[in-house]
Write a protein that binds this ligand. Structure first.
Ligand SMILES: Nc1nc2c(ncn2[C@@H]2O[C@H](COP(=O)(O)OP(=O)(O)OP(=O)(O)O)[C@@H](O)[C@H]2O)c(=O)[nH]1
Ligand SMILES: [Mg+2]
Length: 385
């Protein structure tokens, strides 16, 4: 059901979107909250506003702590090919895994909530590095506690959800999944998944990767009613107007994920494992590990790499060797993406490319800009003199 907000409320929301500092945002949101009629159709919205207000309060507190010299920044600079957040309930073995995978010095302990600050380590997978960040264990009931973990998860390229095989991991997985959903993070592309990118010009453009269940003109009207006049709206899967309106507020993100079922040495019931495999969405790889015996640890890098849907491309000058450091691109990337990544000139003066590796019909095949690449291809771009 579309929320059908009065114009006054929408105007208040616009103020919120335009606010710069957390204080301004909080104030604008409080005013918006007061202007939203409370009924069935606005239930989700009201829940979202409450949550956002508490996040903002936490952000303000966090920033003040930082100012006074204690605490750390929520944002962690990306390093390596991708940033992966390790998330889960306490004592699942996140620190033990991080320590075993990256040799970072982190405290592993039987005392709950030992990890209070994010810890970073680099995991080598073949010729790339993956940046792993263990975040403080989540406590769904204590909203303020999770702020840091959630914001790091939102900013990451993917998640590694760690479960404890000696506990009721099926339910714990479900709890973690709904916790993430409540915070606008989806590990499976939702039925309707919408990304709204605000722009400075160009009007409202709808890029339809799926199926829009309402006329485009309604989307434009909806956006305009929020005084959004320039934006690219990407529609994945099936989405109706209601879902598009939700996306204006909730800013939903999709994160590829893997599940690590740790402490497999303590698995009590094979039945439970079989059931879990049935409920786990197909696109989420499952790795079973034990930090005690070392089982499964070597599979984690590969699983992360697979779920991220990235490829490694080695560029090579016409006379010379391929670079040893690969370019990281999305699966489905073309020669054009490589040219863009090197320099604009390579696009403008492009003549032809030569390819070696999995996507080449034969070594050194000549191809054009639209050639789709595969992991481990070598690309040599020749430009017009
Ligand atoms: N049997 C067994 N115990 C493990 C395994 N991995 C970790 N543990 C133990 O589980 C306990 C919790 O491990 P941590 O790695 O500190 O847990 P955490 O997920 O980081 O938990 P936080 O304290 O919330 O950060 C420790 O006593 C570890 O020794 C495993 O594979 N098998
Ligand atoms: Mg820990």
């Amino acid at each position: 059901m579309v929320t059908n907000l009065p114009a006054e409320a929408k105007a208040k929301f616009v103020k919120y979107m335009e606010a710069k500092t957390p204080e301004e945002k909080l104030k604008a949101l409080q005013e918006f909250f007061a202007a939203v009629p409370k009924h069935k159709g606005t239930e989700n919205l009201v829940r979202w506003i409450r949550k956002r207000m508490s996040e903002l309060r936490e952000e303000i507190k966090e920033r003040d702590r930082k100012k006074s010299g204690s605490g750390i920044s929520i944002f962690i600079e990306k390093e390596g090919a991708a940033q992966i957040v390790i998330i889960g309930f306490t004592k699942a073995g996140k620190s033990a895994l991080l320590k075993a995978l990256t040799s970072v010095n982190v405290t592993v302990s039987d005392i709950p909530y030992t990890t209070k600050m994010p810890v970073v380590g680099m995991l080598r997978y073949e010729d790339i590095q993956l940046q792993l960040i263990e975040v403080p264990s989540i406590i769904p009931a204590v909203s303020a506690w999770n702020t840091k973990s959630i914001s790091l998860a939102r900013n990451s390229d993917g998640l590694a959800i760690v479960l404890d095989a000696s506990r009721d991991f099926i339910n714990e997985f479900k709890e973690i999944n709904s916790f993430l959903n409540e915070h606008g993070i989806y590990i499976v592309k939702p039925r309707g998944y919408i990304e709204i990118e605000r722009k400075h010009d160009g009007g409202i453009r709808i890029v339809n990767y799926g199926k829009l269940l309402c006329p485009e003109s309604n989307v434009v009207k909806l956006m305009n009613s929020y005084r959004i006049y320039n934006a690219v709206i990407k529609v994945y899967g099936e989405a109706d107007l209601d879902e598009i309106e939700r996306a204006i507020y909730e800013n939903i993100v999709y994160k590829p994920a893997i599940v690590i079922l740790n402490k497999i040495d303590l698995l009590k019931s094979q039945d439970m494992l079989d059931k879990f495999k049935q409920i786990l969405p197909l696109e989420i790889p499952l790795v079973m590990t034990s930090t005690l015996s070392g089982v499964g640890l070597n599979d984690i890098g590969y699983s992360i790499f697979q779920t991220l849907k990235i490829i490694r491309i080695y560029t090579k000058p016409p006379t010379g060797k391929p670079s040893s450091k690969p370019l990281i691109l999305r699966k489905g990337a073309t020669v054009l993406d490589v040219a863009k990544a090197i320099h604009r000139e390579f696009v403008e003066k492009f003549s032809y490319a030569r390819i070696w590796g999995p996507s080449a019909k034969y070594p050194g095949q000549k191809v054009g800009l639209d050639h789709v690449l595969e992991d481990k291809d070598i690309v040599e771009i020749n430009i017009k003199k």
